[in-house]
Design a protein around this ligand. Structure first.
Ligand SMILES: Cc1ncc(COP(=O)(O)O)c(C=O)c1O
Length: 396
């Protein structure tokens, strides 16, 4: 067996299952699960309709590059959303079967394992980045994102000798778990480093459409590149997804967009990996990217939940409204594992210990002392859960 498999960490939800295994929460309180970031608003009907209409396409193998129609719908969305003037659907966009597989596969394409390879990863982080790096033969280089540094990856902390080994940098903006959005200055710094050291940037923008003020959507990586006058999105690939935007995690639909030369290599890799999205799903995806009304409505639902639940949780935990995404990243008054375990045992509410999303470096895990609370359930359930958390917090 591939020995690198032994370097993979247990997935956070497996660790959570073990943590809660001995609990017997009060049966009269219905379980409210706020641990996993799975959207639970209804999938819009337009996706069902487009999928159903396209079912005859099951008779054919889909192309890895996807249909022209889907790539055009994504390119048009990118141009509308980010005010871009040039996104070539033929060379700068590839549909993917959910951004997770693409984030994983991307490292396998980018990393040159014939020389020492480092991959920069925010800490805490979406777990795929680490597994992708390890199985690509690279060593993760974690950069802590804490309240003290404003949840910014301090790229200035890496010395030139280390940069020389860095081949790939994952950024996550809006960030999971803290919801922070990278600024144009941070992008400028990162692009300058990429130009100097030659690494590729994978920009995970899975939460780009979950934000709270319609007037200020989060800055995207391609948008930052365009604003900074970079032609062709050099060394940058952005990862988008319909899972959270359109409440369709089961569709397994996303895209990669950016540097055409990098995407050309990625397409080669993907042809062999065999991850082409079924044509019926592609048709449903094209319909989803062309519609914004359901996305605005989705944001309205999240905003209502955050408006109500945040002040209640704040009665007992230090937290604040995120800039974007659907998580509260909250400091716990006791150890985060104990907090999650006892909250479940006493109140039947599940949240995720922050340390499960982080790695210990220099003796510290930047997720320690936090829980991640995903406001994905219905408004009534989220309110109920917030009240139970407040009551539990007061009992500590
Ligand atoms: C930060 C981040 N990136 C990517 C993904 C993957 O999403 P999908 O594969 O559904 O597009 C997730 C899923 O929760 C996530 O939290």
């Amino acid at each position: 067996m591939n020995p690198d498999l032994d370097r993979l960490q247990p997935y956070p939800f497996e660790r959570l299952r073990q943590l809660l295994a001995g609990n017997t929460p009060p049966p009269e309180l219905p379980h409210i699960n706020l641990s996993i970031g799975e959207p639970r608003h209804p999938t819009p009907k337009l996706i069902f309709d487009a999928l159903t209409a396209a079912l005859p396409a099951l008779a054919n193998y889909p192309a890895t590059l996807g249909t022209d129609d889907l790539r055009q719908s994504i390119a048009a969305w990118l141009m509308r959303r980010y005010g871009l003037t040039a996104v070539d659907p033929a060379t700068q966009v590839i549909p993917v079967a959910g951004s997770r597989e693409a984030l994983f596969a991307f490292a396998q394409t980018v990393v040159d394992r014939s020389r020492p390879a480092r991959v920069v990863i925010p800490n805490p982080f979406y777990q795929i980045y680490e597994g992708a790096s390890l199985l690509a033969g690279a060593e993760p280089l974690f950069l802590p994102c804490t309240p003290e540094n404003g949840f910014r990856m301090d790229v200035g902390s890496i010395d030139a000798a280390t940069w020389a080994q860095v081949q790939l940098v994952y950024v996550c903006s809006p960030g999971n778990p803290h919801g922070r959005v990278m600024t144009i200055d941070e992008w400028g710094e990162l692009f300058a480093l990429a130009d100097r050291h030659g690494f590729v940037i994978a920009s995970d923008e899975c939460y780009s459409e979950i934000y709270f003020d319609e007037a200020t959507p989060p800055l995207g990586g391609l948008q930052a590149a365009a604003l900074l006058g970079r032609s062709g999105y050099d060394k940058l690939v952005a990862f988008g997804s319909l899972s959270k935007r359109s409440n369709a995690p089961g569709l397994r639909s996303g895209f990669v967009a950016g540097d055409a030369a990098v995407l050309n290599s990625f397409l080669r890799y993907r042809t062999y990996h065999g991850t082409a999205m079924g044509a019926a799903f592609q048709a449903a995806s094209a319909a989803a990217w062309r519609d914004e009304a359901h996305v605005v409505e989705n944001r309205r639902l999240y905003a209502a939940k955050f408006r109500q639940a945040t002040p209640i949780v704040q009665q007992v935990l230090r937290t604040s409204m995120p800039e974007a995404a659907f998580y509260l990243w909250a400091r716990t008054p006791i150890g985060e594992e104990e907090f999650a375990r006892r909250l479940h045992a006493q109140c039947n509410v599940t949240v995720l210990p922050g340390s499960y999303l982080g790695r210990t470096r220099g003796g510290a895990n930047p997720g320690s002392g936090f829980v991640r609370i995903a406001l994905v359930a219905t408004e009534a359930e989220v309110l109920q859960a917030a009240q139970r958390i407040a009551e539990f917090g007061r009992s500590l």
